[in-house]
Design a protein around this ligand. Structure first.
Ligand code: ADP
Ligand code: MG
Length: 279
């Protein structure tokens, strides 16, 4: 398999005040993300997830070690725009990501900066807005939209740059349940369309939908595996203050009552399907 992003022995330190010692937010992390994969990154607050995300497209540069996006070293200034175009980023707060007073201008902002032709930009804007079900809001003002709608516009802005990979840093943290599930649907569709997805989340029901889960703890990678492998390790999860998804907890309780539910059932959909067929 081809890796779209390669992280090699990444160390990242924030330099704080003059006589204070640096804060090591990433401490020797090596990871690869395969083309077309869907990875969730979870871990308690302060474990280094956002710092890792910002290193992935050159918003932060390694203190030591290296990151390669499609083979380009993020420290290589000549390719910083290739890197930013290939690995798009969606943040937690949609208000901080919208720059224009009209939705379509906002979505056009990224492609404009890439120097794309106006006709092509218009096509991309329409397509990107359609992909997040926001086509009819094209001429509207972003500030009148709900949080979930704004986040969809922010995603459209990234999609319009035609990235191969999108890194989402807790994109649903500020949304209500409906907004959250709409964003998750869009993320899954983008993955189905072939985009490599890296989703940082603190919702286990979102993480369980990925193909792979990486747990960060204390600036390092603690666990890396399939959702079934990760959520089988309840004790380790508890130690780092992470819960198991609702379906995993429920399946465990049903097992205690004598219903033999296979260990690989970890999603609500999977559990419902199993129970409906149970005799
Ligand atoms: P997470 O996203 O997992 O909550 P972060 O990457 O935001 O973690 O933070 C990792 C560590 O780096 C924490 O100890 C945090 O306090 C520190 N940190 C984050 N941003 C800065 C900054 N701008 N300056 C100094 N320290 C920071
Ligand atoms: Mg964070």
């Amino acid at each position: 398999m081809e890796s779209i992003i390669r992280i090699e022995n990444l160390v990242f330190e924030y330099m704080s005040g003059e006589d204070e010692s640096p804060v090591r937010a990433i401490d020797d992390v090596s990871l690869r993300f395969e083309k077309g994969s869907f990875t969730a990154i979870i871990g308690r607050n302060g474990s280094g997830k956002s710092t890792l995300a910002k290193n992935l497209n050159g918003l932060l540069l390694p203190s030591s070690g290296a990151i390669y996006v499609k083979g380009w070293d993020t420290k290589d200034e000549d390719h910083i725009w290739d890197i930013r175009q290939s690995a798009g980023m969606v943040f937690q707060n949609p208000d901080n990501q919208l720059v224009s007073s009209i939705v379509e201008d906002d979505v056009a902002f990224g492609p404009e900066n890439l120097g794309i032709e106006p006709d092509e930009i218009r096509r991309r804007v329409d397509k990107a807005l359609a992909s997040v079900n926001m086509g009819r809001y094209k001429k509207k003002a972003p500030h009148n939209l709900s949080g979930g709608q704004k986040q969809r516009i922010a995603i459209a802005g990234v999609v319009a740059m035609k990235p191969e990979c999108i890194i989402f840093d807790e994109p649903t943290a500020m949304l209500d349940p409906k907004g959250r599930s709409e964003i998750m649907e869009i993320i899954k569709e983008l993955h189905e369309d072939g985009i490599t997805v890296i989703l940082i989340t603190h919702f286990m029901d979102e993480a369980v939908q990925a193909d792979r889960i990486v747990i960060m703890d204390n600036s390092q990678v603690l666990l890396d595996g399939t959702p079934a492998e990760i959520f089988a390790q309840e004790e380790t999860l508890r130690e780092v203050n992470l819960e198991v998804p609702m379906a995993v907890a429920l399946a465990e309780r049903l097992r205690k009552r004598g219903i033999k539910i296979p260990e690989d059932i970890i999603t609500s959909e999977g559990l419902v399907e199993f129970i409906c067929q149970y005799k």
